[in-house]
Design a protein around this ligand. Structure first.
Ligand SMILES: *Cc1c(COP(=O)(O)O)cnc(C)c1O
Length: 331
């Protein structure tokens, strides 16, 4: 054990946890396809491998971490149930994973979350509690519910079992396509990139991992570069899955140890990428799901001549908003 390596510290997840999570979700989460596109390769000058988590159960990679975290609970905790707070996809994933494992779920969502995400969460059997994210603290509300009803709080990213579950997407990607030179991953609270970096580090040593954030919400980039967690106001961006205002205490050390750099893309680049996915690859990706690809397609990271893995993190976009995006609007 090397204490200077955060992956060796007891409360932080390791690749072994990713591997154990992969066994837990096997046959339950989809092994999503890896897509390629000659047009995308020509445009970027790289060989791009897109891991299509927009086709995951619940429409995003979040199902992986949610299912793994619920599966790890003790039987009595499962009986009492879980509570989660989320701007959408984690909520859906917890409700769905809870339903599949007969675990009751309470989901705390912002009042302005996309209507489709609220409806989907209810559809999966989750009890939805709405809050105002500009004036109320969702973590406080979550803690109140967990204290009152004995529910286990499963946070969207800052949790070992969640991070380990999210890492399984990259494990599958590298197992399928072989070693990568680079891996591009969107960053909200950092659960996906922390798990992805653990998998990439173990399975494709030397693979450089880049985080991609919306330009308006570059808290992870600021944190990465300054060496301590930076908090920002709720950023205004169409990437609603990356509107987190700070990264996690468990994700940050993994990110600092294993990630090469954090970059940003604009909302205009996200809209352009969404259209590229629709027109050229026949793929519906939500704005946040376009972050990583936008960095490659817009030359934000130096990927020429490289084998590059890209996670399309989700596809849950409100149809009306999607229609506006495809016709050129950015709001
Ligand atoms: C949650 C989410 C993200 C951000 O993931 P983190 O683990 O919080 O960094 C990115 N894209 C989509 C589609 C998401 O649902």
């Amino acid at each position: 054990m090397n204490p200077s390596n955060p992956a060796d510290q007891p409360s932080l997840p390791t690749y072994d946890d990713v591997s154990a999570a992969a066994q837990r979700i096997a046959g339950i989460a989809h092994r999503t396809p890896v897509l390629t596109s000659r047009t995308a390769d020509e445009r970027s000058g790289a060989r791009l491998f897109f891991k299509a988590e927009n086709l995951q159960r619940g429409g995003a990679f979040k199902f992986r971490g949610a299912y793994n975290a619920i599966a790890r609970l003790a039987p009595d905790a499962k009986k009492r149930g879980v509570v989660a707070f989320s701007s959408g996809n984690h909520a859906q994933a917890i409700a769905y994973a809870g339903q599949l494992q007969n675990v009751p779920t309470v989901i705390i969502m912002p009042k302005d979350a996309p209507a489709m995400k609220v409806a989907a969460t209810k559809g999966y059997g989750g009890e939805v509690v709405l809050y105002d994210r500009y004036t109320e603290d969702r973590e406080e509300i979550g803690r109140k519910f967990s204290a009152e009803r004995g529910l286990t709080l499963i946070p969207p990213y800052d949790h070992e079992d969640v991070i380990a579950g999210q890492g399984t997407a990259t494990k599958e990607l590298i197992e399928e396509v072989g070693p990568l030179d680079m891996l591009l991953v969107c960053v909200g609270g950092g659960g996906l990139i922390a798990g992805s970096a653990l998998a990439a580090h173990a399975l494709s040593p030397g693979c450089r991992v880049y985080g991609v954030e919306p330009e308006a919400g570059n808290d992870a980039q600021q944190s990465f570069r300054s060496g301590s967690i930076v908090r920002i106001p709720v950023p205004v961006t169409i990437a609603d899955g990356a509107q987190t205002t700070y990264i996690g205490q468990k994700t940050f050390p993994v990110i600092r140890a294993l990630v090469t750099d954090m970059v940003t893309v604009t909302d205009e680049m996200l809209v352009d990428t969404m259209r590229f996915f629709a027109e050229r690859m026949k793929i519906v990706a939500e704005p946040t799901g376009c972050l990583a690809a936008a960095a490659a397609l817009h030359g934000i990271v130096p990927c020429k001549g490289k084998r590059v893995g890209i996670i399309i993190s989700g596809g849950n976009v409100d149809p009306k908003a999607y229609a506006r995006f495809l016709s050129g609007g950015i709001t």
